[in-house]
Design a protein around this ligand. Structure first.
Ligand SMILES: C[S@@+](CC[C@H](N)C(=O)[O-])C[C@H]1O[C@@H](n2cnc3c(N)ncnc32)[C@H](O)[C@@H]1O
Ligand code: SF4
Ligand code: SF4
Length: 386
């Protein structure tokens, strides 16, 4: 007998469709949240109960595995319930570094039309425009905001005013920085302005390597290396970030041990992505990853670029967008619904981008070791202090 009372509301429409197709199925927490020995997290399905089972023929069959197509159907059905509570507002492009790997300022970027097409690299968002975007996000229910630059956030002239404005509207703030310009006074101000989390991108603990892949200014290196402990002193959670490149690939372990010793909140070791003709190069094909539609955990990490165009993940930031996707004119709800609907249609343009996206992350695996939770996926490994 089919245990209909156990079927989560959100899955009923899908199961009705499956029944109509006379499809055989058996769903239990064991197979719903596991695929190919990996744990799955469905966007929009976070509240699905982890108990009970339901089957098309009423018989429990522990051996029944959901197929790739089944998982895709479920993931896409649940996606429509997804509503982000975090958002990234990119307000500036300027940087005091030119890291060779960087997709915005690094090798080769000056030859492209990327900035020209987006109103020029010198463009900075006015205070009023930033406030307008924040109002729109508050109304939608965003309570955690990343105030970001595609360069160095402290170079954004209205950083303090805009941070204050967002915090006074009840938002927690976070950002990513190269760390080169922070003093103790600025850290204190950031803590007062509601910054709860800051990532410091370092890529090495050696000045020699730093000079090659980040900046050769020693005072920048020293300030960046001091920043994590200063942030912790003022109660801001810190993540130190390492992007694996040719020049630092043998320094991962040293980096990890150094920052574990300093007891930072988290350490991330990420793969470098490569941009080619202004798109993130297709690493999926090279790495032989299996692409499961609707399951990319990066989907829904909303980003509004300085020109107002809004993207539903960092994998799409290089995509040319139309005027219609501007946050202040159409609002968060439309941007989100548009993204989700597009993701769920058979001929989706968005899905085509996903298939060649280097940032595709379908699942993460976790383990606990020596007081750290280690979360590993195809794009990065993150050590979280317990
Ligand atoms: C564009 S930066 C902006 C913030 C700041 N300038 C910094 O370096 O942290 C945002 C993040 O992207 C990372 N990043 C830049 N280029 C990358 C690449 N080719 N592959 C992977 N990560 C990259 C940086 O290390 C940084 O953590
Ligand atoms: S500091 Fe950040 S934004 Fe600036 S060049 Fe380096 S990676 Fe790019
Ligand atoms: S695969 Fe890439 S483009 Fe598609 S949702 Fe993930 S990050 Fe975005």
């Amino acid at each position: 007998m089919m245990r209909k009372e156990n079927i989560p509301e959100k899955l009923k429409p899908l199961l009705k469709r499956w029944e109509k197709q006379e499809k055989e199925f058996y769903i239990s927490p064991d197979n719903l949240f596991t695929y190919n020995h990996h744990n799955l997290k469905y966007k929009g399905g976070e509240d699905i109960p982890l108990a009970g089972w339901f089957a098309s023929n009423g018989k429990a069959d522990d051996k029944y595995k959901l197929s790739k197509e089944d998982v895709e159907d479920i993931a896409q059905e649940l996606l429509k319930y997804y509503k982000p509570t975090k958002w990234t507002l990119i307000l500036d492009w300027h940087c005091n570094y030119q890291c060779p790997m960087c997709c915005y300022h690094g090798d080769g970027m000056s030859d492209t039309d990327y900035y020209k097409d987006r109103g020029g690299q010198k463009k900075v968002i006015s205070k009023d425009k930033a406030y307008e975007r924040i109002d729109c996000l508050v109304e939608y229910g965003i309570n955690s905001l990343s105030i970001m630059s595609m360069g160095e956030i402290l170079l954004y002239p209205y950083w303090k005013e805009v941070s204050d404005y967002a915090h006074n509207k009840g938002m927690d703030l976070w950002t990513i920085t190269n760390g080169s310009l922070w003093t103790e006074d600025i850290v204190k101000e950031a803590a007062n302005m509601g910054y709860t989390d800051i990532r410091v991108s370092l890529d090495t603990i050696s000045y020699e390597t730093y000079a090659k892949i980040r900046s050769n200014k020693k005072e920048y290196f020293e300030r960046a290396m001091r920043l994590p402990e200063l942030l912790m002193k003022y109660g801001i959670k810190v993540n130190v970030h390492f992007v694996e490149q040719k020049e630092n690939k043998d320094e991962k372990q040293e980096f990890l041990e150094y920052w574990k010793d300093k007891k930072v909140d988290s350490i991330s070791i990420a793969k470098q992505f490569y941009c080619e003709n202004e798109t993130v190069k297709d690493m999926y094909a090279e790495m032989g990853k299996e692409y499961i539609e609707g399951l990319c955990t990066a989907f829904g990490n909303m980003q509004t670029l300085p020109d107002g165009n809004t993207h539903c993940c960092c994998g799409r930031m290089f995509e040319a967008t139309s005027e219609e996707r501007k946050l202040e004119s159409i609002g968060c709800q439309n941007v989100m619904e548009d993204a989700i609907n597009n993701m769920r249609t058979a001929e989706s343009e968005m899905r085509k981008i996903c298939y060649r996206c280097g940032m595709y992350v379908p699942y993460s695996d976790e383990k606990i070791m020596d007081g750290w939770k280690i979360i590993k996926n195809s794009e990065r490994e993150t050590w979280m202090k317990l």
